[in-house]
Design a binder for this molecule. Sequence first.
Ligand SMILES: Nc1ccn([C@@H]2O[C@H](COP(=O)(O)OP(=O)(O)OP(=O)(O)O)[C@@H](O)[C@H]2O)c(=O)n1
Ligand SMILES: C[C@](O)(CO)[C@H](O)COP(=O)(O)O
Length: 240
Amino acid sequence: MSHQSSFKPLQPKVIAVVPAAGIGSRMKAECPKQYLPLADSCILAVTLDVLLSHPAIDEVFVALNADDQFFAQLPQAQHPKLHQVIGGAERVDSVIAALKQIDDAVSWALVHDAARPCLTHADIDKLLASREQYPQGAILAAPVRDTMKRARKDGCIDTTVPRDALWHALTPQFFPTATLLPALEQAVQAGVNVTDEASAMEWAGVAPGLVSGRADNIKVTHPDDLPLAALYLAHHRSIN
Ligand SMILES: Nc1ccn([C@@H]2O[C@H](COP(=O)(O)OP(=O)(O)OP(=O)(O)O)[C@@H](O)[C@H]2O)c(=O)n1
Ligand SMILES: C[C@](O)(CO)[C@H](O)COP(=O)(O)O
């Protein structure tokens, strides 16, 4: 009698890392932008709810500003899957601080900006599923739609940049924890301007995969982004 093996290889843990220690200076708001009102709560709470409610995400590490006065009041602060760490001076420092708290050497880190509350479970699923195609790691990204110009110092057009291979890097960005942390630390040590996890991996010689994601997964950066995020969220909720 043949016995179908019921053995299923254990999937490595997926640990979300949420850099949320910024001050949101470009928003010119009264409070750090991650605490600005959105939907029925605030930007950070909406972002955390998307990650905490995803069945394939095992833990969530949120990197907070050392002077954060707001997070403790959020219901998400009590979630059993959530861990708080103190972030650093730059986004990359906050991500490194969180990664250093992960004690699972075979886990994968899903790094997602607190300031991107319009992420969907469908896009998370796409990125998680890309692990087979891109064992080196991958990022959500959106192909550029507009004609791209490079500016001259006088504010006029210097040149048109071919856009056929240009993508907007979004988040989450998804890498093995064991390769991501040293890549980030060594890139910072080398003085590289690390604005996303992929740029450190590229510096380390890795070519991360590009996984096409929703263009409405915007980063709330400037004041006019907030009403847009609210519209996108309302749309997502109306169709789900
Ligand atoms: N030292 C920092 C700086 C930024 N971030 C986080 O990184 C994400 C993306 O950064 P950005 O949009 O630039 O946020 P801020 O740095 O807060 O914005 P600004 O540059 O306008 O001050 C945000 O969720 C932000 O909270 C962080 O964790 N630690
Ligand atoms: C990580 C990121 O959201 C990818 O586009 C972006 O690099 C963050 O840049 P910021 O200046 O820290 O907002």
